[in-house]
Design a protein around this ligand. Structure first.
Ligand SMILES: Nc1nc2c(c(=O)[nH]1)N[C@H]1C(S)=C(S)[C@@H](COP(=O)(O)O)O[C@H]1N2
Ligand SMILES: [Mo]
Length: 196
């Protein structure tokens, strides 16, 4: 298994970012309830600054190359969970399948509960940004974003959309749900970029 729990070395001296507490629990944080889904109707869309927009069924999405990684998870409200085992498809693999064009600079993730979150393209084109469908070897629990969520271990967890349904490649930056409501746009846990 790929272990990316040492990525903190790029950002700071300590694995636990400043102001965080380690927890062994996995709390649930959602702006509204857990949306339902139907595997026959589920569609994953990729659009915007791409040569080949994607519209993938649940079955087709499963055919993308998948890997398991050990990662840490940092919530902006102050808890961190070490050594999560996430299985999924890397962001670069999805970007490659869609043929991202040269003018793309930014990304908006869209979710089934109308959540959105944004990141610069360079922060997404990393092997540890995963579209996760399994947690600890089991299907990702619905309250944690199942069937599919994004994880961003180099950023606070609000940058990872649960119930992700689409990815939009943008030629200019835009802000997502919490980024418009006072959360940091950049969200680096080692710099404690919590609120804007
Ligand atoms: N679609 C969606 N994704 C979301 C959220 C949400 O409300 N809706 N909350 C975000 C926030 S603020 C956090 S801290 C993490 C929490 O993930 P967890 O519930 O699995 O701990 O999901 C993020 N992704
Ligand atoms: Mo959060």
């Amino acid at each position: 298994m790929k272990d990316v729990t040492d990525l903190y070395r790029t950002y700071g001296d300590e694995r636990l970012p400043p102001g965080q507490r380690e927890t062994s629990r996995f709390p649930v944080l959602s702006k509204s309830g857990t949306p339902g889904w139907d595997s026959d109707e589920w569609q994953f869309e990729v659009w915007g600054a791409v040569d080949d927009p994607l519209s993938l069924s649940w079955e087709a999405f499963q055919e993308l190359p998948c890997e398991t990684q050990r990662q840490d998870f940092h919530c902006v409200t102050g808890w961190s969970k070490f050594d999560c085992e996430f299985t999924g498809v890397t962001f670069p693999a999805v970007a490659e399948a869609a043929g991202v064009t040269d003018d793309a600079v930014h990304v908006m993730f869209h979710a089934m509960d109308d959540y959105t979150t944004n990141l610069p393209l360079t922060d997404c084109m990393r092997e540890e940004v995963l579209f996760v469908s399994e947690y600890d070897g089991e299907p990702l629990p619905p309250e944690h974003g199942g069937p599919l969520r994004v994880v961003t271990p180099h950023k606070y967890a609000y940058k990872g959309a649960k119930w992700v349904s689409g990815v939009e490649f943008l030629t200019e930056p835009e802000r997502g749900y919490w980024e418009k409501r006072g959360y940091s746009n950049t969200a680096n846990p080692w710099a404690e970029e919590r609120y804007a």
